[in-house]
Write a protein that binds this ligand. Structure first.
Ligand code: ATP
Length: 378
């Protein structure tokens, strides 16, 4: 249930009463507090409020980050989406999405689901200049947090060697969620020293061969892919490298039984489209086939072997925090997301940071493997 204060606020913001009631009925909206700042987050979309939208007690609305269309046949996808218009090509950085916003004098970092993330909020000013929000209180910085020490992902991009970093890829208006033009964003990022995703330049469909070469290079460098955007940010599409498709399968295979089948299907089919579009044959084909087979099988077999020896399927994460209490708040946050996580180790790095090691358990995957190993027939 949403308190009467928020109810009135949401109605004032244009959410029809009937819609609000339906949303409440199915748990599509939830009230929450972060360090005394109250907000509601939308678990489902409703009217103009996209999934992941957060509405704060002072009336600030931060719209959910929208879905980006995926291209699987690069040449035809580019033709169909951009229709001959030029588009900027940016790196798709492999991390987690955050929206950074100033509310009631505080800089907060929201996850894709619309939670204020205690970890990211504590660390965000290590990466961005607060001055930006003094000058532009009405804007939201959207970026990817990526690196080997991430609370949500087991890996980061190869060039982030330690800890985690922020990479800006969008600036949106509060309330409307409208993106500012790409060139304005590039300029603001430069002006305020905000780290941003790599921009590879302005392309159009006549340069498809160069775009393909870029994808090949990124794949070789173990990078995730590209996001293509018209300068006005009205048309956006993503394309993922074959490396990232195989690597995701490798990471997912460890927890095979915890993931929906679509996780693997989507990635196998994207790889197949890449191979078909590029007419990959002979030795190169064999290499992909071997890499895919290994990525699918090896970690799963290893998990089975571990469980058969009495261990659990689990993953280890490390993050750096300024206060140990932030780590405990992350555990609470994970528990609310339904995850089974505990703190394994706390180490004082002696430079104002603590390194926290979390262990995430996968009880469903463990149980499934154990039963099958013990002879369960179906
Ligand atoms: P969806 O777009 O359908 O929500 P998803 O949540 O599975 O898909 P991805 O397939 O990983 O997300 O791709 C979209 C995400 O890529 C964005 O939400 C954003 O966090 C991330 N991203 C990384 N780099 C960029 C970039 N340069 N521009 C836009 N998004 C980027």
């Amino acid at each position: 249930m949403v308190s009467s204060g928020f109810r009135n606020l949401l109605l004032k913001l244009g959410l029809p009463e009937g819609r609000l009631e339906v949303l409440e009925g199915k748990g599509g909206i939830e009230e929450d507090t972060f360090e005394g700042i109250r907000y509601v987050r939308f678990r489902d979309s409703a009217r103009g409020f996209r999934r992941g939208t957060a509405v704060f007690e002072d009336g600030t609305v931060v719209l959910g980050f929208p879905h980006i269309k995926r291209i699987v046949q690069l040449k035809n996808g580019v033709k169909r989406i951009f229709k001959g218009k030029p588009f900027y090509v940016e790196e798709k950085v492999d991390g987690y999405n955050v929206r950074v916003v100033k509310v009631k004098g505080r800089i907060l970092a929201l996850t894709r689901g619309g939670f204020v993330c205690p970890f990211t909020t504590e660390r965000i000013l290590d990466f961005i200049n607060e001055e930006f929000f003094r000058d532009y209180p009405n804007l939201v910085l959207v970026g990817e947090m990526a690196g080997p020490e991430s609370p949500y992902l087991v890996e980061g991009p190869p060039y982030v060697k330690e800890d985690i970093q922020f990479f800006l890829f969008d600036i949106q208006e509060k309330g409307t969620g409208r993106s500012i033009p790409a060139e304005e964003r590039y300029k603001l990022a430069e002006e305020y020293g905000i780290p941003q995703v790599e921009v590879f330049g302005l392309y159009d469909r006549s340069r498809i061969d160069e775009l393909r070469e870029l994808v090949d290079k990124l794949s070789e460098e173990k990078r995730e892919g590209v996001v293509m955007k018209t300068p006005d940010m009205k048309r956006i599409a993503k394309y993922v490298t074959p490396y990232a498709n195989i690597n995701d399968i490798r990471i997912g295979s460890r927890i095979f039984f915890d993931l929906p089948g679509g996780y693997f299907m989507g990635r196998i089919s994207r790889l197949a489209f890449h191979i078909a579009e590029r007419r990959i044959r002979g030795e190169d084909f064999e290499n992909y086939a071997k890499a895919l087979g290994e990525a699918l099988l090896k970690p799963l077999v290893e998990s089975i072997e571990e469980v058969s020896q009495g261990h659990d399927v689990e993953e280890t994460f490390r993050v750096r925090v300024k206060n140990v209490s932030t780590a405990h708040r992350m555990v609470n946050h994970f528990e609310r997301l339904g995850l089974k996580i505990h703190i394994e180790d706390i180490e004082d790095l002696g430079n104002g940071y603590w390194r926290i090691t979390f262990k995430r358990l996968y009880p469903d995957a463990t149980r499934e493997i154990r039963e099958l190993w013990n002879g369960l027939a179906f």
